[in-house]
Design a protein around this ligand. Sequence first.
Ligand SMILES: [Zn+2]
Length: 257
Amino acid sequence: MNHAALMYHDVVTRGREDASGFPGAAAAHYKLDEAAFARHVRTLAGSGLRFPAVTAPPGAAACYLTFDDGGRSAAGIADALDVHGMVGHFLVTTGRIATPGFLDAAAIRRLAVGGHVVGSHSHTHPAEISRLPAAALDAEWRLSVDRLQQILGREVTVASVPGGFYSHAVARAAAAAGIRWLFTSEPTMRPHAVDGCRMLGRYTLWRGMSATDALALALGRAALRQRQWLGWNLKKPLKRCARPVYQRVRRRWLGEA
Ligand SMILES: [Zn+2]
């Protein structure tokens, strides 16, 4: 049975978006404020779904909660999830560890000790990981996995693709670095495998989306999922053929000059 995965980023105080994760308007678009996130957690917890680790044996009626970038708000997010016994997947940009706005090694260790999944979100969060030459791409995953393994003293087998720039080469390099579950930004519940690594699509939650939206995506209500799928697939040819146009449009959507 296929499960949905939700993609969150940071949870911040409104007006202080740069306190956690990557700074700037584009990143802020993906950050929920604390009150909104608390509503999401309460609503999801009451849904009857389970929120297990992707590394656990899959059961019925589950949804995976993922949090990209490794911003320092992860600690508070984990506390909110712990109240309901929900597991978070925290995907860390390892090159940013202990820099302003990001988790340090001790905080990363606490997440794992608390039963959450810690994984890689690449080492440097390159602008377009899918455009990197092979050696640089390999290094992004290997450095990141090594760094996390040093911090955690255990194997790291989960990751997410930065910026949603997935390609077959990105997946193969992740698999070669020991990743067995790779979360993408493709809004789909249908997984596929590359070199023994499972690709898991995710539905994006951004600022302004309601708890009802989150619940609909987690449960598989068709309408909202279809809208995300349509939006994503309409953007795809733009991404491929008209990169500058896509980036201009994207910047406009995200409220950047
Ligand atoms: Zn990211």
